[in-house]
Ligand binder design. Structure first.
Ligand SMILES: [Zn+2]
Length: 188
């Protein structure tokens, strides 16, 4: 026997089973979005992106990621709160801005409260160009200082990585390409 909800309301059931793909490029001008769509439709997207980003980085383990994040922090945000755990997280779904997360964890240590900041990076960045990894790490580091995605936040991102906006756009375009069925370009 069919479940009652399916019999009564198939469209709803259908919607629940097939969530709409997020629009990764929603914030960009129509002309740019169209450019990406055209490249994908013509089968030229992968070649174009690989020309710009020929290879993956080799930051594979959580330990290597910690060192990578720590080095960037030491260069640019020495006075920001200390880092707690840093790790790749395969439970992060790549929707909207959930590419990485930053969490403040407060623990009582002796008599003083110390805030440790955890940074989780979506597993898709494990096999990716170094530019993409740097972009997301810079984004999460900037959140150690600034919570909102406001002007000051992006200025801090640009200060740490002048190519920030280009890398974020290219990453989002890559996600559109993957959602359209395109193969992974830098390994699994
Ligand atoms: Zn953010």
């Amino acid at each position: 026997m069919k479940p009652l909800d399916e019999a009564l309301d198939p469209p709803l059931k259908h919607r629940m089973n097939t969530p709409r793909t997020p629009d990764y490029l929603a914030a960009y001008p129509p002309a740019l979005r169209q450019q990406v769509r055209t490249l994908i439709e013509q089968g030229r997207f992968a070649t174009a992106l690989c020309q710009r980003y020929p290879q993956s980085h080799d930051v594979r383990s959580d330990k290597a990621l910690y060192d990578y994040v720590q080095a960037l922090k030491a260069n640019h945000l020495r006075s920001a709160p200390p880092l707690g755990k840093v790790r790749f997280d395969n439970t992060l779904h790549v929707i909207r801005n959930a590419l990485g997360t930053h969490t403040a964890i407060s623990r009582v240590q002796g008599s003083r409260l110390q805030a440790k900041r955890e940074i989780h990076i979506a597993t898709l960045f494990r096999h990716a160009p170094e530019e993409f990894l740097r972009m997301i790490v810079v984004h999460e580091l900037a959140h150690l200082r600034i919570r909102e995605h406001d002007k000051a936040f992006y200025q801090l991102c640009l200060h740490m990585e002048p190519g920030y906006h280009q890398y974020e756009f290219d990453l989002r375009a890559y996600l559109v390409y993957r959602d359209a069925g395109g193969e992974a370009l830098w390994g699994v």
